[in-house]
Design a protein around this ligand. Structure first.
Ligand SMILES: [Fe+2]
Length: 265
């Protein structure tokens, strides 16, 4: 029997029913197709230990190091994203962004698995950048088609990482800066590639024009109509395509612990 893929509203994200302990090669292909089509996918009730989780992630591509945080002991490639009861301030990743866009080779997929999730402990918001690109006026599409963005790890979202770095940091975190085209093509479909938490300028525009254009595009790409709010549960795994979706954690209190893997594909 084939896996069942159910897209969410407006085709932003999809739920896949599949036991990831025994996923087959053709089901991996379908999962990747769903990522191309819907930007993110979720799998509920996956009771995988860290080794099994890594085995599954390897089927999607090459597991990458995350330069900012230490790996889970004994499981290279998994980083722990934890918010403790006592933590104050913003949650890790709170604010719109796409992961590690400040690296020269940006990671394609991010996987996140809920390990400790109490009831009502926050959502992740996703915004489809296929949809946001599609909704732009042709004039703007023409204007931005060859523009290059400047992406920095010291952008506004970095403040949410500092608390985790003080506990689990590698100590070698430096500021990374990279340039990327702000329109990306994923399987013949165009997507806006901008990360409000990291994009600090548009290359070859003066400061005023760069600021104004970014303000307009950040506001556009995060409109409600392109969003889907996803609720976490323990043993849920979500994978998103950093080339076609942006995301933001939402505020919550109490403890939550996730295992994160980033993948090149
Ligand atoms: Fe993120």
């Amino acid at each position: 029997m084939s896996i069942k893929i159910e897209p969410f509203k407006n085709n932003i994200g999809a739920s896949i029913a599949c036991d990831l302990k025994s996923i087959k090669a053709d089901e991996v292909v379908k999962t990747k197709e769903a990522l191309n089509n819907y930007g993110f996918v979720c799998f509920r009730n996956q009771n995988l230990d860290p080794g099994e989780y890594l085995d599954f992630a390897k089927l999607l591509g090459e597991i990458k190091d995350y330069p900012m945080l230490k790996d889970l002991e004994g499981h290279k490639g998994i980083t722990v994203v934890e918010r403790k009861e006592k933590d104050k301030g913003k949650s890790y990743g709170e604010g719109w962004h796409t992961d590690s866009s400040y690296l020269s080779k940006t990671p394609r997929y991010t996987c996140l698995m809920g390990k400790i999730v109490e009831k009502d402990q926050g959502q992740t918001l996703f915004a489809s950048q296929f949809a946001s690109y599609e909704a732009l006026d042709q004039k703007i599409k023409d204007k931005i088609k060859n523009l290059i963005g400047v992406f920095s790890s010291a952008g506004p979202i970095s403040e949410t990482r500092l608390e985790r770095e003080s506990e689990r940091g590698t100590g070698k975190a430096k500021d990374f800066i990279s340039e990327h085209p702000i329109v990306r093509t994923v399987k013949n479909k165009k997507a806006l590639y901008l990360s409000p938490g990291h994009t600090i300028a548009i290359k070859n525009l003066d400061e005023k024009n760069s600021k104004n254009l970014l303000k307009f595009l950040f506001n556009h790409q995060t409109k409600k109509e392109f969003q889907m709010s996803f609720s976490w549960e323990k043993n849920t795994i979500v994978i998103w395509d950093n080339y076609s979706i942006i995301h933001s954690a939402t505020p919550f209190s109490g403890r939550r612990l996730m295992h994160r893997i980033i993948i090149d594909a």
